[in-house]
Design a protein around this ligand. Structure first.
Ligand SMILES: [Zn+2]
Length: 87
């Protein structure tokens, strides 16, 4: 998650969006279909797909979201906060 004021995208002409649910736009590359980020109206942030980054990310994880939806075989060995949903 990245706050709007810290988010800038270069090459936005290569993006298309799809409203996957009311008020939530998912942006993806119109050439290869890769998901880039999602934006829900009236929220102060975007949800960035980390797989879209091509630079080193110098941040640490802060919490696990949608923990209630994890697959049963995924054994989470972490002490950080677990949120049942995206809070
Ligand atoms: Zn692409």
């Amino acid at each position: 998650m990245v706050m709007d004021e810290g988010f800038r995208i270069i090459g936005s002409e290569s993006l298309k969006s799809y409203e996957s649910s009311k008020g939530k736009l998912r942006y993806f590359c119109k050439n290869c279909g890769s998901q880039i980020y999602a934006k829900k109206i009236n929220t102060p942030h975007v949800v960035l797909r980390l797989g879209s980054l091509d630079t080193q990310l110098d941040l640490k994880e802060q919490k696990h979201i949608w923990y209630s939806q994890k697959v049963s075989w995924f054994d989470l060995d972490s002490k950080i906060e677990r949120c049942e949903k995206f809070e």
